[in-house]
Structures are given as C-alpha cells and as structure tokens.
Design a protein around this ligand. Structure first.
Ligand SMILES: C[S@@+](CC[C@H](N)C(=O)[O-])C[C@H]1O[C@@H](n2cnc3c(N)ncnc32)[C@H](O)[C@@H]1O
Length: 407
C-alpha cells in the first residue's frame, strides 16, 4: 500500500476534473489521444505547465478512465464523487487516493472484485452502466456485458503457426488461453517479456477476433469438405489487416486483395504484412460504397470469399474505450446500419457464384448484427450460419459474424 502526500492526491483530482471538463467540451475524440496531447503539452510548455512524471500520468489517466467506466451509473452524483467511485471500484489498490479524499468509503476496498465494491454503494445497479439492454443482440447477457466495463480488458496475442517453439515457457503475467492464444493484462510491456518478435512470431489480436476467424475457417469448405480449395479473397474493410493476416496463416489463397477507405491504415497493414512475410497481395484505398470506384479498382473481378469486417459502433470493444459510453446515443445505430448495408450491397457485386460473404462486426447491437444479416438474406444470398462471440465474459472484445453464400 503506497502512501501519497495529501497535496499530490488533491493535485491529481483537480487536474483530472479540469481535464475532464475540457475533454467533454472538446467533442468525442478518443480519450487516449486527448491525454497524449495533454501530457505532451505539459512536457513542452516549460514552467507554465505542471511537470508530470510517469506516476502522475498513471493516476490522472486512471481517474479519467475510471470515471467513464461507470457508464450511466451513479448519474445522480457529483463529478468528483463519480471519479472517486470509479477509482475505488476499478483500481486494484485505490487506498492512497480514497484514504485521503473519501476515508468513509475505505471499507469498500476490503472487497476484491469491482462488482462487490460497486455493490457496497446503495445507489448502484449494474444495469445502469449500460442502459440500452433492449438494443442488444439476442444472446448478449446485458448484466455481464455492463459489468465488463468495470475492468480493463486484457491484451491477446495470436501465435503464428510454425512459431510455437518460442512460447513453450511463459513469463509472468502472460497466461495461455489455448495453444495459439495468450493473454496479458493491458499495459504489459510485451517486448521486455518476450524474446519472440511481434509481427513475425506473433501478432496482437483480440481473442474475439481470433475466435471469429477460427469459426469462419471451420464453416468454410476449407475447414470441412474441401481442404484442397485455393481461395480468391477480398478483405474489403481491411483496416490494419488483422483478419487477412489470420487467413494468410490458415487458408490456402491464390489471390488476396485488401482495401480500406483510409490510406493511413493501409500503410500500417503493409508494414504488418511485410513483417509477417506476406508479399502476394494487392492493396488499394477504396470507399466500397462507391460502385464506380470499386469497378475502377476491381474491374470485373469476382472472389470466392469476401470479408466485410465493417465499420460499426465498436460497442463490442467499448470496455477498452469506455468514454464511448458517454457519447453514444441510440439514434446513431440507424446511420451505422445504413452504412453497413451499403458496404455489403456494393461488395456483393464482386462475389463469385457459389462464393462466400463473411459479414463481421465488433458490435453487440442487434441493429448492426442480426438486422443487417436479415437484410443480406433479402438481397438474395443464402444464410449459412452465424455466431456471437461474447468476449466480455473472457476479458476481451465481443463480435458477431454471419456467413452467406451466393447462388
Ligand atoms: C472494424 S475495422 C476493420 C478491422 C480489420 N478487419 C482488422 O481485423 O484489423 C473497419 C474498417 O472499415 C473501414 N471502412 C469504413 N468505411 C469504409 C468504406 N466505405 N469502404 C472501405 N472501408 C471502410 C475503416 O477505415 C476501418 O479500417
């Protein structure tokens, strides 16, 4: 149990509240970027700004993140109370701050887990954290999902096939989830712990994302009837290439095309592909909703597998970015839904007869998952199967995947 001087504790709280107000009026930029800019400003503004060491940054960041982890719960309380409650519930050792600022709550620190600590407050209801339960996909446990916000999710590693040897002995705190999946608490310095090379021997990929791809490989004829099939694949919203990297490691491909609307993310993808030794692919910046632009890039090319890991609310990952809970309004789901339909509609024009479409989201909302899947059926594709990966119960993200086949 560390001791912090009273003036320092009060300084952390004052800074966190001041920055919270600035952050809320700045709009919905990612909190980690806002904090990065703030810390950079502090270290470059000389005597006009407070000089913050790594411990100071840790405490101020935790106060802000924990405030957002409460979601819509404790909404009748003051900002300062909510920040203190969040810190008490979500931090492993909240005593240095609580002892100084809310000594009357110290009893609650005797409980080990966040939910028990939260339950110590009479005005806490887990369901209040995430009050949009009626919008969730069937199969999402609203309470378990809401409670998952109280803890920072783990980081997951996927060991690339053929590179397992370097992971026979795992240093603390790395935990083996399965043969190819490892978990570590967020903010662990992996490069210091592992000799294995990131990007070469392993990639950072969430558990849910790995589960989705394992499920997909099993559902495709490659996993079942026809292991000799060599695939032509278009990853139309490829991002930094997590899904394509998985496919390249597990599916025989004769052609891989990756596109994304953002040039910057494709730069990242190319770097990851280079490290992974993947050279046989084509990449292009493309807004898939634009038919003419797609035709310019793809011509009349048709694929036997299209991965549409579409832009979505990202609600399956919000325990990593709890500030999103604050900014979310359910009306946004309509826009996401419409964008998803228009991506899929255009992408499907490049599907081979008999080819497969994998529709993927990192969302827990029915509007983005089952409702879009229903509309894909109405477009004339045959539904094969779907699954919801409820990563909130495994300390990771949650995702939805539905597989369709063109006639
Ligand atoms: C969920 S992310 C993809 C993650 C990626 N598949 C992975 O596993 O690393 C969705 C991506 O869709 C891209 N995107 C959004 N709208 C798009 C559009 N109209 N056309 C193409 N890409 C789009 C975003 O830039 C984002 O990178």
């Amino acid at each position: 149990m560390r001791h912090l001087p009273s003036t320092l504790v009060r300084f952390y709280l004052q800074k966190a509240i001041e920055w919270l107000q600035q952050y809320l009026s700045a709009g919905d930029m990612p909190l980690h970027l806002f904090l990065k800019n703030k810390f950079r400003w502090c270290s470059s503004s000389g005597e006009h700004a407070p000089q913050l060491g790594s411990r100071d940054r840790r405490y101020i960041s935790a106060l802000l993140y924990d405030y957002f982890r409460l979601g819509k719960s404790f909404s009748g309380r003051s900002v300062e109370d909510r920040m203190m409650i969040g810190f008490l519930i979500c931090e492993q050792d909240p005593t240095p701050i609580i002892r100084e600022l809310r000594p009357e709550w110290l009893q609650a620190t005797a409980f080990a887990n966040p939910l028990e600590r939260a339950g110590w407050f009479a005005d806490f209801q887990p369901e209040d954290i995430f009050p949009w339960a009626s919008e969730l996909s069937p199969g999402v446990d609203a309470r378990a999902y809401a409670v998952s916000y109280l803890q920072q999710p783990n980081v997951f590693i996927r060991i690339r096939p053929g590179h397992e040897g370097g992971f026979a002995v795992l240093p603390d705190p790395i935990v083996r989830v399965s043969r190819h999946t490892l978990a570590v608490p967020a903010a662990t310095n992996l490069h210091r712990l592992l000799r294995a090379r990131e990007g070469v021997d392993y990639v950072v990929q969430d558990w849910a994302s790995q589960q989705v791809m394992e499920w997909l490989i099993e559902e495709l004829p490659a996993g079942k009837a026809d292991p000799s099939h060599v695939w032509t694949v278009w990853d139309c919203c490829a991002g930094s290439g997590g899904k394509s990297l998985f496919l390249a490691d597990h599916l025989p491909m004769q052609q891989l095309v990756v596109t994304d609307i953002r040039a910057s993310i494709l730069t990242n993808l190319r770097q990851r592909f280079r490290l992974a030794g993947i050279r046989k692919y084509k990449s292009a910046v493309l807004d898939v909703t634009q038919a003419e632009a797609s035709d310019n890039i793809l011509g009349s090319k048709r694929f036997d597998l299209i991965i549409a890991d579409v832009a979505c609310s990202g609600s399956g990952t919000w325990a990593r970015t709890p500030e999103q809970l604050h900014f979310f309004i359910p009306e946004q789901l309509k826009d996401f839904h419409n964008r998803q339909i228009s991506i899929v509609k255009q992408a499907c024009r490049h599907l081979q007869p008999g080819g497969y479409l994998a529709y993927i989201t990192c969302s827990v909302f029915r509007r983005e998952n089952e409702d879009v899947a229903d509309e894909i059926r109405q477009m004339g594709l045959t539904y094969v199967n779907s699954t919801l990966i409820t990563g909130y119960s495994a300390g990771g993200d949650s995702m939805f995947v539905a597989l369709f086949r063109a006639s």
